[in-house]
Ligand binder design. Structure first.
Ligand SMILES: O=C(O)CCC(=O)C(=O)O
Length: 337
C-alpha cells in the first residue's frame, strides 16, 4: 500500500523512482570529508568579548558554528529527542491525521520538502510546528504522545532565549548595538521542523534534504547524537558535521546575511541519509515578524560599501521562498540591488 509518508514502517529494498536524483545531482558521498575545524563556542566561558569575536569569525568564515554550555537544559534536550522519536514511531494512521502538503498550515506532518512543486522527492518526513506565541499554537499541536505539548513547549521557550542571546552577540560582532538586530526583526516568529529520515535503501542516489540555505534569521539545530547526516558547503566542498554531545549547531539564515549586508553567510547545508539507521534532527527557526524590513544598517555602509540587497519585508521573502523548489538558485539572489 502506498502512503503519503515514508515513516510508514514499510521496508523498501530499492529506492522508488521518484526519489532518484539524476547522476550529476547525487551526493557523491565518497568525496565528502569530516569538518575538522567546526567552530565550537563555549557560551559560559565568562569572557564576553571572546565569545563575540568567535561568533563574528564563525559567521564570516563558515556561516555556522556549534555552541556548548548554551543554557538549554540537558533534560529539555533529552526529552525533546525522546518525544520526537515516540511521535514518529506512532502508527502511520495516527500520524496521517496531521498530514498536509500546504506550507501555510501552522501545524502539519509532511514529507520531502514541497511535494506539490518538486520533481524529485527527498527521503524525509517532518513535523512542522509554529511555536510562538505558545498559547496560540500549542492547542493545535499533536496530543499523542500525551507529553508532547508540555515537553516541546518547554524546549521551545528555552531555545528562544538562546536565540536571542546569540542575536545580541551577532549584533555586537558587527559593531552594532547589542539589541539592534532584535529590534529590526520585531516580535520574532518561531517555527520547528522535527525531521525524521528513515533508513534508506540507496543513500547515494538521494537526499534527506538537498543543499539549501534557511530563509529565516537564525536556526538552532539539535542533531541525533547517534547518527550523523548534516553536511555544510565550505569553499566549494561538502563537509560532514558530526554530532557533538550537548551542543547545538547554529546556522546563519538568509535574513542575517541580508542584515549584515552580505558579510555573514547563510550557509548551504544538506542532510544525507543512510542505509541502516533512522536519523532525527530538530531545527528551530527564529523568523523576523512579517512586516520587518530587511535592509543593511546604515553603520555597515557608512564607509561607502555598496548596499547589496534592496529593502524587502520578511513576508515578501517567505512567500517567494515557498513558491520555489529547495534546490533552485539562492532566493536572496532575487533581492540583490
Ligand atoms: O537534518 C539536518 O541535519 C538538517 C535539517 C535542515 O537543514 C532543516 O530542517 O532545514
Amino acid at each position: 500500500m502506498e502512503t503519503k509518508v515514508i515513516s510508514s514502517g514499510i521496508k523498501h529494498s530499492r529506492l522508488p523512482e521518484s526519489y532518484i536524483r539524476p547522476e550529476s545531482e547525487r551526493p557523491k558521498l565518497s568525496e565528502v570529508s569530516d569538518c575538522e575545524n567546526v567552530p565550537v563556542i563555549d557560551l559560559a566561558c565568562g569572557d564576553r568579548s571572546l565569545i563575540v569575536r568567535q561568533i563574528g569569525e564563525a559567521c564570516f568564515c563558515f556561516g555556522f558554528f556549534q555552541v556548548i554550555n548554551h543554557g538549554v537544559s540537558k533534560d529539555a534536550v533529552e526529552k525533546m529527542l525522546q518525544v520526537a522519536k515516540e511521535f514518529f514511531s506512532l502508527p502511520v494512521e495516527e500520524k496521517l491525521k496531521l498530514y498536509s502538503d500546504d506550507p501555510s498550515k501552522t501545524t502539519r506532518l509532511s514529507t520531502s520538502f514541497n511535494v506539490k512543486k518538486e520533481t524529485v522527492h527527498n527521503w524525509r518526513d517532518y513535523l512542522r510546528l509554529h511555536c510562538h506565541p505558545l498559547e496560540k499554537y500549542v492547542p493545535e499541536w499533536p496530543s499523542n504522545p500525551s507529553s508532547f505539548k508540555e515537553i516541546v513547549s518547554n524546549y521551545c521557550a528555552q531555545v528562544r532565549q538562546l536565540g536571542f542571546r546569540l542575536q545580541e552577540a551577532i549584533a555586537e560582532s558587527l559593531g552594532l548595538d547589542k539589541d539592534s538586530i532584535k529590534e529590526v526583526l520585531g516580535e520574532q516568529g518561531q517555527h520547528m521542523a522535527v525531521n525524521y529520515y528513515p533508513p534508506c535503501p540507496q543513500p547515494d542516489l538521494t537526499y534527506g534534504l538537498p543543499g539549501h540555505t534557511d530563509p529565516n534569521a537564525l536556526t538552532i539545530l539539535l542533531q541525533d547524537l547517534n547518527v550523523s547526516g548534516l553536511q555544510v558547503l565550505k569553499d566549494g566542498k561538502w563537509l560532514a558535521i558530526n554530532p557533538l554531545p550537548d551542543a547545538f549547531v547554529i546556522n546563519i539564515g538568509d535574513q542575517l546575511q541580508a542584515l549584515s549586508n552580505g558579510m555573514y553567510k547563510s550557509v548551504w547545508h544538506r542532510a544525507i541519509v543512510n542505509s541502516d539507521k533512522a536519523r532525527l534532527s530538530v531545527a528551530s527557526f527564529l523568523c523576523p515578524c512579517d512586516h520587518a524590513v530587511m535592509g543593511a544598517p546604515k553603520a555597515l555602509t557608512a564607509d561607502g560599501s555598496p548596499v547589496i540587497y534592496r529593502d524587502f519585508t520578511y513576508a515578501e521573502y517567505y512567500k517567494k521562498f515557498w513558491s520555489r523548489n529547495l534546490d533552485q538558485e539562492h532566493c536572496l539572489e532575487l533581492f540583490k540591488n
